[in-house]
Design a protein around this ligand. Structure first.
Ligand SMILES: Cc1cc2nc3c(=O)[nH]c(=O)nc-3n(C[C@H](O)[C@H](O)[C@H](O)COP(=O)(O)O)c2cc1C
Length: 227
């Protein structure tokens, strides 16, 4: 069984990367791979329908090298940051491209199992919710979600202490100095780490211990595709 863990944060080593890796760490007895979308060029779906006959997207960008990994995986851990109370664009574009997997009789990712991960300066829930919804819409059983607080860019942009429209101004009294104490980081959120590990464990168990095959799961969510 293979699990791929994808972080859609454009910041390498970010909180989303870390939380996604924690879920992956919890997975046992599976082949595992972490993939960061940072630095990758992934365009949104053009709705050109170029994939209808072949189930292969015609856009030539970095998704091409990820396509086989997505199809070959049995389980997905997908995480993205909250931008403007929504899933960020890079993760969303990546997910839109999965349109190529569902045409006519084919539903190529149905029957897989997933965990949704969301991170936000305030809340990661909108991002996690979007990923959970995406899973369900594509016949992927969502085991659960985990969220954490990440550091908004205002903590490191150099103007956070004086800026009147940023996260420091919104969350702390005037005159607050940016210190490690007030800077969010995953290592200060043991409950999120514990939940991430537990979901990873459940994901691994679901794949290795279950007598329910991928085909049987597909039959439950999309009976006409599984036949
Ligand atoms: C364009 C942009 C918009 C953002 N909007 C929100 C928001 O609406 N709510 C929120 O909680 N955090 C927001 N944030 C903060 C990020 O969610 C936060 O920095 C998070 O740690 C990003 O994840 P990362 O550290 O994995 O990159 C925003 C950040 C950016 C860059």
């Amino acid at each position: 069984m293979k699990v791929i863990a994808i972080s859609g944060s454009p910041r390498r080593g970010s909180s989303t990367d870390q939380l996604v890796r924690e879920v992956l760490e919890g997975v046992e007895e599976c082949e595992k791979e972490f993939i960061s979308l940072a630095g990758k060029s992934v365009a949104p779906c053009r709705a050109c329908l170029g994939c209808v006959e072949t189930n292969v997207c015609v856009i030539n960008d970095d998704f091409v090298s990820l396509r086989e990994k997505v199809i070959a995986a049995d389980g997905y851990i997908i995480g993205g940051p909250n931008y403007f109370n929504m899933l960020n664009g890079l993760t969303h574009a990546f997910l839109e491209r999965w349109y190529q997997f569902r045409h006519r009789a084919a539903m190529l990712v149905a029957g897989r199992v997933g965990v949704a991960v969301g991170v936000g300066g305030g809340s990661g829930q909108p991002a996690a919710d979007a990923i959970s919804t995406f899973f369900k819409y594509n016949g992927i059983e969502c085991i659960g979600d985990v969220t954490a607080q990440g550091a908004a860019s205002c903590f490191t942009c150099g103007h956070g202490e004086t800026c009147t429209v940023g996260a420091i101004h919104a969350s702390f009294p005037p005159g607050t100095k940016i210190t490690d104490d007030i800077t969010p980081s995953l290592c200060k959120q043991p409950a999120a780490i514990a939940k991430a590990r537990s979901l990873g464990k459940q994901l691994g168990e679901r794949l290795t211990g279950s007598t329910t095959s991928r085909q049987a799961r597909t039959a439950r969510t999309h009976p006409r595709v599984a036949r």
